[in-house]
Design a binder for this molecule. Structure first.
Ligand SMILES: O=c1ccn([C@@H]2O[C@H](COP(=O)(O)OP(=O)(O)O[C@H]3OC[C@@H](O)[C@H](O)[C@H]3O)[C@@H](O)[C@H]2O)c(=O)[nH]1
Length: 333
């Protein structure tokens, strides 16, 4: 009998979920939970790995091609008996025995996902197909990290999970936006058609320690610019009209913030807190840049008890400390 999981209009599972390994039900030998994290060397992935490794019953296997991730983010676990690190691109199939899959692999910053758009689509479509194929074969539960970009340039504000979005299918961001939308579709089709247990987290603009200093996203850019060079300009796109919300997933130790502010306000806050000498200039928006985003977190709060904990004024100094440490530039005061 198929397990009944209600997803409103997404109901209609035709097959029972695949059976997990017999070791999960063994009477005398309680196997560790084997957890695969794709993109585990990245900013969010490595925080997730830290959290998973805290549980002594977990074995964590990280897959990463190091396009944006770094071994350095995982250095505390390299050599640990419950930890394995594999250099592998998710666009290639992988045969492995695991109980759970956290599928994070994909560049998330616009400058990186636009660098090779065809590869970005392959990562989202072929990579997700490969991971779903693996989940089906071994009966693993799979979580996909999706994105606020599935809403495109949203016409609904704030965005709830049931909003279908307003996405340009042929723009410069489409490789990521549409790639993640197809990835979500594949997740639901594997769930309906093959009974796979799925989870999807749509992550909004996130920042925190371990982010690449040259990640290119706005919070890290402003902080890095303010630290690196007193004369350097902080470029805020024509955003006195643009409002965004910074929010990150409940499982990572990254800095959380769900208040709403313009890019100009953000630039001014960073200037005031880190480097009053920096000049703020306003430039034109890049094509497809969404004008306003903010998640409606009611459901996440009700179902997961999740809410953002760190406000922007607390998050900026934490990021600044992390960047100064990595750049070797101490504070002057
Ligand atoms: O130096 C900068 C960088 C960015 N910006 C602006 O800041 C805003 C945010 O842009 P970012 O590059 O930080 O990233 P985005 O918010 O567009 O997308 C990001 O966050 C949402 C996630 O779902 C996506 O995965 C991620 O790509 C944009 O309006 C952009 O024009 C600046 O004003 N200056």
């Amino acid at each position: 009998m198929a397990q009944q999981i209600s997803h409103g209009e997404n109901d209609g599972i035709t097959k029972p979920p695949p059976e997990p390994s017999p070791l999960r039900k063994a009477k005398f030998f309680q196997a560790n939970m084997r957890i695969l994290v794709t993109g585990g060397a990245g900013f969010i992935g490595s925080h997730l790995v830290d959290r998973l490794m805290q549980n002594e019953k977990n074995e964590v296997i990280v897959l990463d091609n190091y396009f944006t991730g770094s071994k350095d983010n995982l250095r505390q676990w390299i050599g640990h008996p419950r930890f394995e690190l594999i250099r592998h691109d998710v666009t290639e199939p992988l045969l492995i025995e695991v109980d759970q899959i956290y599928h994070l692999a994909c560049p998330a910053s616009p400058i990186f996902y636009k660098y090779n758009p065809v590869k970005t689509i392959k990562t989202n479509v072929i990579g997700t197909l490969n991971m779903l194929g693996l989940a089906k074969r071994v009966g693993a539960r799979i979580l996909l990290t999706s994105t606020s970009e599935v809403y495109g340039d949203p016409l609904v504000h704030p965005q709830t999970e049931d909003y279908w979005g307003n996405v340009n299918p042929i723009g410069v961001r489409s490789c990521y936006d549409e790639g993640k939308r197809v990835a979500e579709t594949l997740m639901f089709d594997y769930h309906r058609q093959h009974g796979i247990e799925i989870r999807i987290a749509r992550i909004f603009n996130t920042y925190g320690p371990r982010m690449n200093i040259d990640d290119g996203r706005v919070v890290s850019n402003f902080i890095a610019q303010a630290i690196r060079c007193p004369e350097r300009r902080q470029e805020a796109s024509a955003t006195s009209l643009i409002w965004l919300t910074r929010i990150s997933p409940c499982f990572a130790d990254s800095i959380l913030n769900a208040s709403e502010f313009t890019m100009l306000e953000l630039a001014e806050t960073v200037k005031e807190m880190i480097n009053p000498k920096v000049k703020i200039i306003t430039v034109e928006n890049t094509p497809d840049d969404p004008r306003q985003r903010k998640p409606d977190i009611t459901k996440a709060n009700q179902l997961l008890g999740w809410e953002p904990k760190i406000k922007l004024h607390e998050g900026i100094p934490l990021m600044e400390g992390d960047f100064r440490h990595r750049l070797g530039i101490p504070r002057k005061d």
